[in-house]
Design a protein around this ligand. Sequence first.
Ligand code: UD1
Length: 344
Amino acid sequence: MIKRRILVTGGTGYIGTHTIVELQAKGFEVIVIDSLVNSLSGVLNQVEQISGTKPLFYEFDLCDKTALENLFTIEKNIDAIIHFAALKAVGDSVENPLLYYQNNMLSLMNVLDAMIKFKVKNIVFSSSCTVYGQPDSLPVSEETPMKKPESPYGQTKQMAEQILSDVVKSTSLDVISLRYFNPIGAHDSALIGEYPIGAPNNLVPMITQTAVGIREKLLVFGDDYNTKDGSCIRDYIHVVDIAKAHVVAIERLLEGKNKSNYEVFNLGTGFGFTVLETIKAFEKVSQQKLNYEITSRRTGDVEKVYADTQLANNELGWKAERDLENMLLTAWNWQLNLKELKLK
Ligand code: UD1
């Protein structure tokens, strides 16, 4: 049987690598594009250790339209694209807005142009709960009106969704946008996980790096929010659950089960945890005290957000399976294993 071929942009990144493993487990052939600005190509050897297959890899920047068109000329019969590739650091996007707009928007537009030119119909887009800003009511459903995003990064996700929803009206493209809440955790094998280049921005890599002694202490950004213990609330979701949702979305498109040519689904657990609860859960699974200190709020943080997951559960037919402790345990095992891996 001919394997269905999926092009994964940003495939050497955190969610990309986990998604490749799940795609391969379902018999898909995967082709990866990545510019390696924020990841290492060596992670594909780790993918191979898990799945037995190393995906085909092309290193270039999606802003390079000629390189992208060359790829489509060489690699025929691509059935669908998962578009992860993007810059994603909220604080960095405030410092360098033009870089974020240029990179995230141009790469998406080049991908869409190439899809139209080379007749690839299906795309799953990597969106984010950041498109909701601070919502007026919780949990947030896909129908919740979007607010102005807190950062240029968030703005690029909102603009990308706008572009996609416009493009489907005049083309035959089918699009699913997946709005991730807070992906954390790592593969059970501890062979792939989140690998921040430089200082991490996100909570869980900060926690595990502090616990392992790379950082002296974790700073908790604010304990004066209107929440049960004053720290912010997020809907943390296991990266393997997120990866599986991409496979379900791809199958939905390939089997023509989508109800419209632009669909959006929230990917969360539906449960919110505070930063301090997350630290406590980490201390429990790692059986050690974490050195942390409360400091002032971080600019751009929303107070609380968690997902209404009904549409993803009932219509997409996907549900998050892992709990917070499993997320933190797998993240911890990955951090401990990193010393052995010597990634390049
Ligand atoms: C945000 C976006 C998310 C996006 C991600 C990309 C929202 C609601 N979410 O996630 O869509 O994909 O950025 O990076 O806009 N914290 C600390 N100390 C730290 C780090 C974080 O206390 O050292 C706290 C933050 O204040 C926040 C929570 O931990 O309350 C989670 O932060 P983080 O992991 O950075 O993710 P978000 O900012 O929620």
